[in-house]
Write a protein that binds this ligand. Structure first.
Ligand code: FAD
Length: 513
């Protein structure tokens, strides 16, 4: 267990055994143990975990691959299902529905972005210039994931396949508690040492201020050189001990409460999350193999808990399977995710409401970033600053994309919706919205998480049409383009119809090796 040289970190301590803690333990014991380091995870059954979090985005598959976890084992262990995107109901206006799909829209033609050709066809139809031509329909008709979701189908094709089904982008719905258990087995097999107990004190070096050990209720001390704080909202080390500070974003994202209430499944499992807007927030519906997860996320300035629970109960589609669970949160992030020798992951590092299912991804990304910047015992401020810069940028990207859903509403039926519709937004988002409003342009800066199709889906889905399309689209013959669009629409629809239902697909996959 000796390090190769004295400057190497030999003891990593992970505080907390929720999804974040066990994801970190599985990843670090796989790649950073090598018989040279000890990885110890401390958790307290008495305190428990947050117990919610069921929907993800596509990069989660890379995390599983990195740990050599087979998709079938993972789905079986976590009662997982496939997620092709999110259906948004009542967001632009009450009665509206749109789909935010994973994967791309259509095909670019001669280097011109598909959505610009689509916008031109729409504009021509509206101006009456192409009377009699078949309507292009909504943009969902040009996405493989949207069309599969519309028909409640799912298929997975071999990499490199020429089938349009290969354009499906997908993530998973799963029971995050079962995922943590699954990862725990793996991490322990890989050498992670698990310690059960409640941490009652955190000790720091008198000179450097670095954390040196955590102390359990029974007086036992666990010392370390690098601490990964996965202690949930309480941020035991990053905030409790280091008082790092929190950037509060609730003026942009004012929802601050959630109620979770799982219920029995319907007969068919929709391969997508549904988000339905209510008077002061929204409701999630997430189909897993064994139950449907539901929750109402709302703003306590505009709605009482009793009313929020009544709305949730009135809008679930099966028998409740548990007591309703009430949670509080403040949207934002730690001013520094990495402070001294403590790196916060998961809820300890911040929280953005689950509208786009990004929290588990933020854990995954934090782990990957820490891999890339893994420090020596004497931590370099440059590496730490780079980690913090990158995490801040990522959180801000997610924040802006989530704010867009509120800002782009036309609802004015409640004070809550009037507030979010009229609020100022961060400059970064204001710029994106203006670029879209002028010529429907979307630019992805740096390694932004949400790509062009995501922005297009939400803007168009919430009725934000650009004033003009990009004039480059006029360089192509509109009759030929209309023909190509028609072909694409038909091909996506036909391909989706040939797929099995997600329910059948899962039945088959239960017999996978
Ligand atoms: P927790 O689950 O809270 O774990 C904290 C751990 O620290 C526990 O093991 C606890 O025992 C331990 N601990 C705390 N204090 C001590 C102590 N003193 N001594 C010892 N141990 C201690 N994410 C998604 O990706 N998709 C979603 O759809 C989604 N939905 C969500 C909905 C809601 C309403 C909320 C609140 C969150 C949602 N999330 C979602 C986020 C997701 O739940 C979390 O990101 C994820 O579960 C990670 O949680 P965690 O491990 O950071 O914290």
């Amino acid at each position: 267990m000796q390090p190769e040289n004295d400057s190497d970190i030999a003891k990593i301590v992970i505080v907390g055994g929720g999804t974040a803690g066990w994801m970190a333990a599985a990843a670090f014991s796989r790649y950073f143990d090598n018989g040279r380091r000890t990885i110890t995870l401390v958790e307290s059954e008495q305190i428990g975990t947050v117990g919610v979090g069921e929907a993800t985005i596509p990069p989660i598959a890379n995390f599983n691959k990195m740990l050599d976890i087979s998709e079938s084992d993972f789905l079986r262990a976590t009662n997982g299902t496939f997620k092709l995107g999110i259906e948004f109901v009542n967001w632009g206006q009450q009665g509206d529905r749109y789909f935010h799909p994973f994967g791309s829209y259509g095909q670019d033609l001669h280097g011109i972005a598909f959505h610009q050709l689509y916008l031109r066809e729409k504009a021509l139809a509206e101006s009456g210039a192409i009377a009699g031509r078949e309507a292009v329909g909504d943009i969902a008709g040009y996405s493989m994931s949207s069309m599969a979701a519309r028909h409640k189908k799912f298929a997975r094709v071999k990499p490199g396949s020429k089938s349009l089904a290969a354009q499906i982008g997908y993530a998973y719905h799963f029971d995050a508690g079962l995922y943590a258990k699954f990862l725990r087995k793996l991490a322990e097999k890989q050498g992670t040492i698990r310690r059960e107990g409640r941490i009652s004190a955190v000790h720091r070096d008198g000179e450097t201020g670095d954390v040196t050990s955590v102390e359990l209720d029974n007086g036992e001390k666990i010392d370390g050189e690098l601490f990964i704080d996965c202690s949930g909202f309480r941020g035991l080390l990053i905030e409790g001990a280091l008082e790092t500070g929190y950037d509060n974003w609730s003026h942009w994202l004012p929802v601050d409460r959630a109620i979770a209430l799982p219920c029995a499944n319907p007969e068919t499992l929709d391969p997508y999350t549904r988000s339905t807007a209510h008077g002061a927030g929204w409701q999630w519906r997430i189909p897993l193999q064994h139950r449907t997860g539901n929750g109402h996320v709302y703003c306590s300035n505009h709605m009482e808990a009793d009313e929020a629970e009544t709305i949730l109960r009135a809008n679930i589609e099966g028998e409740p399977l548990a007591e309703a669970r009430h949670l509080r949160f403040t949207t934002g992030m730690r001013s520094k995710a990495w402070n001294h020798n403590v790196v916060a992951l998961g809820l300890a590092s911040g929280f953005i409401e689950p509208l786009e299912s990004t929290s588990i991804h933020l854990v995954q990304n934090g782990i990957a970033r820490l891999f890339a910047l893994f420090p020596d015992k004497k931590i370099s401020p440059v590496e730490r600053d780079e980690y913090n810069r990158g995490m801040h940028e990522l959180y801000e990207d997610v924040r802006d994309f989530v704010i867009l859903h509120y800002k782009a509403t036309q609802r004015d039926d409640t004070e809550f919706w009037r507030y979010v519709r009229d609020m100022d937004v961060p400059d970064t988002l204001a710029k994106k919205m203006e670029l879209w409003r002028l010529h429907g342009r979307v630019f992805r800066e740096n390694a932004e998480l949400f790509t062009m199709p995501s922005w297009i889906a939400v803007m168009l889905g919430q009725n934000i049409w650009p004033e003009k399309y990009d004039p480059m689209a006029d360089t192509l013959d509109d009759v030929k383009v209309a023909g190509a669009l028609k072909q694409m629409r038909e091909a996506y629809n036909n391909t989706a119809l040939q797929m099995p239902s997600q329910t059948d697909f899962l039945k088959q996959s239960n017999s996978w090796a």
